[in-house]
Design a protein around this ligand. Structure first.
Ligand SMILES: O=P(O)(O)OC[C@@H](O)[C@@H](O)c1c[nH]c2ccccc12
Length: 264
């Protein structure tokens, strides 16, 4: 099957039908050097990641907390750019089984040109895209190209959105719906937000794709807790930190906590 939205969505559905919850880790491309990128992707894919979110280093990451900002700085020091990430994937995508989602701010895309970015992302086997600083109303600048390339445009929904907007974003989302579970920036927290059931229910009702919870999830307990009322989780800062510490066992344990054998 060729890469793209359909591949991403069928992979996620297969996992859910199998009785497992979804686990989407986030990594910062170029943290630890560009050579590490494929190793990390292979490791996460083999460890059972449902899809992998790959962050593109950027100098002004407004939604990123300290852990991811630091990782971004390390990647920028290695001079890793969007071009490099795309070229590395073009050469090595076949080594990674899991769907790949790019998480990038708008600026690097503009620098490359929207049309050539989408074209090259397709050649690199990118299945989905998250652009945190591109509001829904402005997405028409890229939507047409993505549709043609069959790359999923994933919507971020925040807790402060009105009921109407939550519904609207959930209906529009492709691949999965990204339910932000805190008011603030990314980063591991000691407790996850409780009482999100109404929020998740609204999202589930309106989404034709799975609903994943993200922000502040950092332990197997958090994963299990959040997965009870959603289709699964996205874990960023904790994964970035564990890779930085080369604590591969803890990464495996986190991913395992979304699997049905352990989940039940
Ligand atoms: O780091 P956390 O709290 O586990 O949250 C995931 C998050 O890092 C990842 O999805 C992400 C990184 N940068 C972002 C910017 C906006 C939205 C999401 C993101």
């Amino acid at each position: 099957m060729t890469h793209g939205r359909k591949f991403l969505e069928s992979r996620l559905n297969d996992t859910l039908e199998n009785g497992d919850k979804l686990f989407v880790p986030y990594i910062m491309a170029g943290d630890g050097g560009l050579n590490e990128l494929i190793h990390k992707l292979q490791f996460l894919s083999e460890a059972g990641a449902s899809a992998i979110e790959v962050g593109i280093p950027f100098s002004d990451p407004v939604a990123d907390g300290p852990t991811i900002q630091e990782a971004g700085k390390r990647a920028l020091e290695e001079q890793v750019t969007l071009y490099d990430v795309i070229n590395t994937l073009k050469a090595n995508r076949h080594l990674v089984d899991a769907p790949i989602i790019f998480m990038t701010y708008l600026n690097p895309i503009f620098k490359m040109g929207i049309e050539s970015f989408v074209h090259d992302a397709k050649l690199a086997g990118v299945d989905g895209l998250i652009i945190p600083d591109l509001p829904y109303e402005q997405q028409t600048v890229i939507q047409g190209y993505l549709k043609e390339a069959d790359i999923a445009l994933i919507q971020l929904v925040s807790l402060t959105s009105s009921e109407q907007r939550i519904k609207h974003l959930a209906e529009a989302s492709e691949g999965f719906t990204y339910a932000i579970t805190v008011n603030g920036i990314t980063g591991a927290r000691s407790n996850v937000t409780e009482n999100l059931n109404t929020y998740f229910k609204q999202l589930k009702q309106a989404s034709s794709v799975p609903v994943l919870a993200g922000f502040g999830i950092s332990t197997p307990e958090h994963v299990k807790q959040m997965s009870e009322t959603t289709d699964g989780v996205i874990v960023g800062s904790k994964i970035v930190e564990l890779f930085h510490q080369k604590d591969y066992e803890s990464i495996k344990r986190l991913i395992d906590s979304s699997k049905s054998i352990i989940y039940k």
